[in-house]
Design a protein around this ligand. Structure first.
Ligand code: IMP
Ligand code: MG
Length: 183
C-alpha cells in the first residue's frame, strides 16, 4: 500500500500536468483521425507502461479503430541486440489487414521498440508507425526514432501516467520527475 505522503515525498517536480498531456494527446488524436480516415486502423500498445496513454489517446480518435495489447522482452548482449525479442503476450489480429500504430509510453535506450518493430514488420502490416508519449533521445543505445513523440525530455527518471518505479506510481494523473535521493 502506498500512501499520499510517500508519493509526494518521491516527486521532485511535476513535469507535465494533466492539462498539458490532454492537449498534446488531443492534437495527436486529431492527426490520426485525419490521416487514417477510411483505413483499417489497429492501435497496439506495449504493456504495462502505455496503458494510461492508450486509454486517453484512443478516446481522442474519432474514426473507427481496434485496440490491442502486447507484452515484449528484448534480449541484448551488451548494447547489441541478439535479434531475439520474446513476445510474452501477443495480439491476435492478422496484421496484414491493418494500418498499425504502436502506442508507447517512453522511448529510452530504444531497444524494446527497435526489436518489436522489426518483429511486427515480418507480419506485413499495411503500414506501421510509432507514437510515443515521451522520448529521451539522449539515452539511445540503438538507433530508433518514433514517427511522433508528444514530449521530448532530458535524461530524467519520470513516473506517473502509466510510468512506474518498481511498479508504483503508475496511477499518478501527471508526469513527474522521480526523486531518487529522498528515502
Ligand atoms: P527502452 O527504450 O527499450 O530502453 O525501454 C523503454 C522502457 O523502459 C519503457 O517502456 C519503460 O517501461 C522503461 N523506462 C524508461 N525510462 C523510464 C522512466 O523514466 N520512467 C519509467 N520507466 C522508464
Ligand atoms: Mg513500456
Amino acid at each position: 500500500m502506498i500512501n499520499t505522503e510517500e508519493i509526494n515525498g518521491k516527486i521532485k517536480r511535476v513535469i507535465f500536468t494533466e492539462e498539458e498531456i490532454k492537449a498534446k494527446t488531443a492534437e495527436a488524436g486529431k492527426w490520426v483521425s485525419r490521416e487514417y480516415k477510411d483505413k483499417p486502423l489497429l492501435l497496439i500498445s506495449i504493456l504495462n507502461g502505455a496503458f494510461v496513454f492508450m486509454a486517453d489517446f484512443c478516446r481522442q480518435i474519432t474514426i473507427p479503430c481496434e485496440v490491442a495489447f502486447m507484452c515484449a522482452k528484448s534480449y541484448y548482449s551488451g548494447t547489441v541486440s541478439t535479434g531475439e525479442v520474446s513476445i510474452t503476450m501477443d495480439v491476435s489480429q492478422d496484421l496484414s489487414r491493418y494500418h498499425v500504430i504502436i502506442v508507447e509510453d517512453i522511448i529510452d535506450t530504444g531497444r524494446t521498440l527497435h526489436d518489436v518493430v522489426e518483429k511486427l514488420k515480418e507480419r506485413n502490416p499495411l503500414s506501421l508507425k510509432v507514437i510515443t508519449l515521451l522520448d529521451k533521445p539522449s539515452r539511445r543505445l540503438v538507433k530508433f526514432e518514433a514517427d511522433m513523440s508528444l514530449f521530448t525530455i532530458p535524461d530524467l527518471f519520470v513516473i506517473g501516467y502509466g510510468l512506474d518505479c518498481d511498479e508504483y506510481y503508475r496511477n499518478l494523473p501527471y508526469i513527474a520527475e522521480y526523486d531518487e535521493e529522498k528515502q
